[in-house]
Design a protein around this ligand. Structure first.
Ligand code: PMP
Length: 282
């Protein structure tokens, strides 16, 4: 496997990363995951634009342009012959002896990336998943796609230990998003999802879904909703780059609607599949 590590296309063994990297010490960095379908990056411009925004929000300058990052990602897909999978790319603030304040300007951020084969999660997409609500103990800048994912890790683990595939964060009595996904309900034909704010990550897949709703004439309410409203939804689903549109059929052990993936969820999945190469979408 060929990786991109700090300016070089190289193997994992020749990997030279400093113990002083601020990614290890502080999770001081940002990242993106970009889906690859049939050897092509999906919504790459949107992902790398968000990476730039995340970096600027933590006052970090990425030493590559968005176009250069796209070219690096494309090269990784090519040399690793990835057909269906994803790119992971992260940028840390660089290596410098451990003090909290930013290092000297001479320290450049470190970019690492890889391309990996990863099939679409078709059985979840077909049959749906169970989720568990957990208290959202994250900080107040969830709009930043930061490497600091400890609260997300703990939430996902708690969900897994309860036999659930995702955790749904609840903050101050309102449903926010998943531990690595956005959350949507459907009630009486209306799609409801938390508005993009500092309290959630504005997912690229979320934005694709909202655009599809607009095109398909599905009414959308971007507003916070309570766990009680969530339990009473006719349909529920989560979205992410890798999960795409995954129906939720059980929330805190309570069936959603009929207990099967809903009609509008199915319509959105079909519309989403039309956005990706035919050979992959079937
Ligand atoms: N929220 C969180 C907390 C996430 O980690 C992710 C996945 N990166 C998402 C939402 C979904 O974002 P996207 O659709 O861009 O993958």
């Amino acid at each position: 496997t060929t990786y991109f590590i700090d300016g070089q296309f190289t193997s994992k063994d020749s990997l030279k990363l400093s113990i002083d990297d601020r990614g290890y010490y502080f999770g001081d960095g940002v990242y993106e995951v970009v889906k690859v379908y049939d050897g092509e990056l999906f919504t790459a411009e949107e992902h790398f634009a968000r990476l730039s925004q995340s970096a600027s929000k933590i006052k970090m300058a990425i030493p590559y342009s968005e176009q250069q990052l796209i070219d690096i990602a494309k090269e990784l897909v090519k040399v690793n012959e990835v057909k269906t999978g994803h790119i992971y790319l992260q940028v840390t603030r660089g290596a410098s002896p451990r003090v909290h304040q930013f290092p000297e300007l001479a320290v450049t951020p470190v970019v690492t990336a890889y391309a990996i084969h990863n099939p679409r999660p078709l059985s979840n997409i077909e049959g749906g998943i169970s989720v568990k609500s957990v208290e959202d103990v994250r900080w107040l800048r969830c709009d930043i796609k930061s490497l600091n994912l400890l609260a997300n890790v703990l939430a996902k683990q708690e969900a897994y230990e309860s036999g659930c595939a995702e955790a749904i964060f609840v903050r101050d009595g309102f449903v926010m998003e998943g531990s690595s996904s956005n959350a949507f309900g459907v009630k009486n034909g209306v799609l409801i999802t938390h508005p993009a704010s500092n309290l959630i990550l504005n997912g690229i897949t979320r934005q694709v879904v909202l655009k599809l709703c607009n095109e398909m004439g599905i009414p959308v309410e971007e507003r916070a909703f309570t766990p009680e409203e969530m339990y009473a939804m006719d349909e529920f689903f989560i979205t992410s780059t890798t999960a795409e549109i995954t129906p939720v059929v059980l929330i805190d052990e309570k069936p959603v609607g009929t207990g099967k993936p809903g009609e509008i969820t199915r319509k959105l999945q079909e519309a989403f599949a039309r956005q990706i190469p035919l050979s992959v979408a079937r």
